[in-house]
Structures are given as structure tokens and as C-alpha cells.
Write a protein that binds this ligand. Sequence first.
Ligand SMILES: Cc1ncc(COP(=O)(O)O)c(C=O)c1O
Length: 407
Amino acid sequence: MQQNWMSRFSDNIRDYDGYAIGKLFKLLNDPATISLAGGLPSPDTFLKDDLQRISQRRLQEDADTIMQYTDISGEMDLIEAVIQFLKEDNINISKENIVITSSGQQGLDLTGRLFLNPADAVILDRPTFAGAIVAFQMQRPIFAGVEIEADGSDIEGFDKKIAELIRQNIPVKYIYVVPDFQNPTGISMSLEKREALLDLSYEYDIPIVEDSPYRSLRYHGDNLPAIFELDQNRKGDHVIGVYTFSKLFCPGMRVGFNIGPKAVIGKMANIKQGNTLNSPKYNQDMCAAFLQEMDWKTHLENCRSYYREKLAIFLNTMQDYFPEEMGVSWTKPQGGLFLWATVPEGIDTLELFYEAIKFKVAFVPGEVFYGENPAKNHMRINFSYPSKDQLTEAIKRLADCIKKYQI
Ligand SMILES: Cc1ncc(COP(=O)(O)O)c(C=O)c1O
């Protein structure tokens, strides 16, 4: 007899049909296709020799503990190294304020699980990071999105949205933002808006979740303080920081950390007991070594100059191949790994994606970056992974594809 499995699945999961980006990536198996779709750091930046050397030494010295279970909150060496790392960014925390995670994605999952009941609201940008939408979606919240602006989140729009939700008696649990070089747009939030967002958070007593994977990857302009720092300066405790080593060191380690008030972090560690227990010790040790032995400052400087050059090539080539009359516009990020292109209304970028594959180039259709009511005429473009030659060729192919599509 056949089981009716669907009816047995939990209400939270039954309608979840998998990560939309993941499904699109499965179509990109032709090696001739240049993918501007992923969010991968370039392997050219990986510290392979350092990793090999330190890894071998640690395995020789300490295989017994590396192969063992370890603390749920994280390895003390790594926690201490992260505390020092954050000090350089004017963030001062102690060990009760940090839980090591198995990457940024788990950091987001812990956040959703900790705060959200079904039908609670999350305030976020339109568009925003698709992985956050997926992580939070597991709790079936309402996504209350407001169009992002050139200088970051629309704080007045957030204000109106929160007031509206409160009038409807819908609990607003947190505001989710990626203030530095947002995925997918590459947009950064201005200092004024960071302060205004905090004002809003205090006014309504709603926490801010500040997701910061790209903060160290600034190629132009001055660093802006993390919202976490601004909150500390104002003696607040309204910000939860979500960080990952994925873009700092390498994504293969799957190590990150969440920071925040002791009560929040303690509960996140409790939730971790129920899923991963501890994050892998070997990976945590390698991340600690990254911060303690691998000259991370020089590494990040190298990453910045490497990606700065790719971004410049990309933007210049876009200028050449997308003349104004084509009606295509795009953001000019000061850092991160992505930019956001807008094609004329009426072009559906999911359909364009399937056409683009025929032209052997790929991007991510913008619609996956919306919690609700997706806009159809955008695309996320990654410039970190393809080689410089591939970047130029990819833009030519994309321009040809759009021209053909417009006829
Ligand atoms: C904004 C944002 N948050 C979180 C993550 C997840 O990071 P990780 O790969 O460490 O899970 C990413 C990854 O691309 C991201 O862009």
C-alpha cells in the first residue's frame, strides 16, 4: 500500500518545495556556460598552502580532540579569536555574546526558529537574500517587504509597514537587513539610515538582525560602522549580528557566528543542541588558525584588490555592451560579490534565464529574492567567480541574448 506522505509532513514543511536557486543551478551543467549566478568566492583567493600546512600539523598534534565531540557554543580558541577580530571593527563583546554556527545559513535558521511563530511578521528589504527567506520561511511568517533604495533600506517605509502591522495586531518579530553590499543588489546602507533604523528599532522595541557576510569586502569608499557598533555606542541591546567565514576565509568550512545579547545567544545555543550539536571541531580550528596564524589582514587586502579589479572590468564592459537605449540599468556596488540589473518591464527574467542558457550564460532571476509579490524584471549578477576573460565574454553573451529577446 502506498503511503500518503504529504499528509504526514509538518505544516511548516509540507508546502516548501526546495530552494529556488538550487533548482536553477541544476540546469547549469554545461561547462561551456559562463555562470554569473552563484555567490562563490574565487578559488584564486583561497589560502590553500596555509590550510594544508596548518591542517597537517594540527592533525599530527591533536587528532584525538579533533575527532571528538566538542562544545555546542563553539571552540574557545575560535571564540577568543573572533572577539579580537570584532574589536578591530569596534565591536566589543564577551564570550556570552557569541555562538559559533555551521555557517551564516545556520545563523539565519537559528534566528528564525528563536523568534518566529507562524504568521508573525519579519520586516525586510525588497529584494533581500533568498537564503534568509528560505531559512525564515520554515516558521511560516509573514514577509513584510519594502523596496530598497539606492542608499539602503527605506526606513520610513519600514516605519509605515510596522505601524500597519501593529494596527492589524500582527506581531513584528524583527527587522532583517544586510547593510553592507547587500545580496542581491550590492547596495549599502548609509550611516544616516543605520542610525535611523536603530531609532526605529528602539521606538517599537523590535530587534534588528544584521547579516554581515560581505562587510570586509569593500573596494571603494570609507567603511561605515556596523549597526551592532552603533547600538553598543548608544548602550542598546537591539542588534543580533549574523556572520560567516564563507567569504572571509572559505565557504567549505561552513563556520560562522552569531553575536547578540546573552539571553538571545544562550537560547540559540539551546536550539543548536537539537540539530547540529557542535559545529565540526576541525573546521572551527582552521577558522581559528585563519584569524591567529594566516595573516588574515593581508589576505583580505588581497581579496579586495582582486575583486576590485573584476568589478571594474565588469562595470566597464557593461557600459560598452548595454547602451542606454537598451533600457537596462544596474547598481554600482562599492563592495561585495553582486550587482543587480534591471531590464525593461515586460521582460520576465525567469523566461530570460532559459534563453540565456541557450546563449551559454547564466544569472539568477530576481524573483527569488522577494518574500512576497516578486518583481519579475531584475537579475542578480555575480562578478567574483568567473575569470576576467569570462566576465567580458559573459556580458557580451547576455547583451546578445537580451537584444534578441527584445526583438
Ligand atoms: C546575505 C547572506 N547571508 C548569509 C549567507 C550564508 O552564508 P553561508 O554560506 O556561510 O551559509 C549568504 C551567502 O551567500 C549571504 O549572501
